[in-house]
Design a protein around this ligand. Sequence first.
Ligand code: IFM
Length: 443
Amino acid sequence: MTIITRKDFPEYFTFGVATSSYQIEGATSADGRGPSIWDTFCREPGRISDGSSGDVACDHYHRWEEDLELISSLGVQAYRFSVAWPRVQPTGSGDINPLGLDFYERLVDGMLERGLDPYLTLYHWDLPQPLQDVGGWANRDTAYHFAEYARAVAERLGERVKSYATLNEPWCSSILSYQIGEHAPGLRNRKLALAAAHHLLLGHGEAVKVLREVVPGAAIGTVLNLNAITPATSSEQDAAAARFEDGAFNRWFLDPLLRGEYPADVWEAYGDDVPQVQPDDLETIRQPIDFLGVNYYSRSVVSADGQQQRPSDSSYTDMGWEVYPQGLSDLLLRLKADYTLPPIYITENGAAYKDTLEGSAVHDAERVAYLQTHLAEVASAVRQGVKVNGYFAWSLMDNFEWAHGYSKRFGLVYVDYGDQQRILKDSALWYRGLAGAKVPELA
Ligand code: IFM
């Protein structure tokens, strides 16, 4: 394995850790927070594998200072977090809840006091339930409500926030949620899913306009989950299947955002299920952005029979995802070749493993290897000319992993859900050695 050090990255490179609101905050009814679609979904029998919810999660809402200290102790320069829309605007439109904004203001000021740059995501899936009651993202109005909410957040937090990302992983909040049914609201309808995807992208565009006006000095962008997609064999049929999968998963979001068009091959294949696109929508969606966040975890090996292949010589994480670091540099180089790109941040990368607490230690050697090998690929892509400005490990700490509840641990920090103790895993110590190394070493 290549051993990487801080010297393998440019001086301007930012190292950080990432989380999201519903996965860590808990306190789902504190200080006027309204219900979100995940509160509802978690209460539906069979939706979450361990029957849990984010009601308590990591209790970060009450332990935020301790958590900022933890982040600071890792020596990273930045913290990527998300704002819960239902804390700020409990019904998703109309009245703003100042107590919700107070929480994020304390958090942002707490980061600044500790020398951490705040990287904020406006939407990491916790839609206010009243908006879902009228169709959620499948309803075009949600895009405009999202921009109103973005305004409220930006007006309060301003340019103390260095970076605003509109959405996290719109594929998940549309296709996985409205077509595959694995995430809230748990629907199975492709037409609604494609409408939701379009309105998420439109909401992104509308929010960018607002953010440009309110926080012109902040960096404004968005975050996609992108997969490296490879055909199972060299047959033409498998190549075509891989091309289609790349279109449905990656290009369906990349092309509108960066080119102002949907990919024609996939559009045609979707027939009557395609979304209704109004005349200026794609111009709104494709506005210039200051960065593109890329979340990378694995690759898909695709064959014409529709079966996802699992190469037997590969290793797999506890999510069943293949460990395929090379996919990250392949993906970054491909993005550079195919698009006119803004600077990139790797906004998520990491792995779930079955961690065990041994005394006060967690020896998660597999996670260290995962991070090490993926970071080596980032460094390699940078050497080959891709402008990557930073990397955020997913996740700061173990948390509520959506439909898997608390059964999957992605953290650099182990969370004992019994007493909410945080324990640094070996991966946290390793990451501190890399990310916390002083930049002058570069000289
Ligand atoms: O936990 C999630 C996160 O919320 C979004 N990206 C993928 C992670 C791991 O599944």
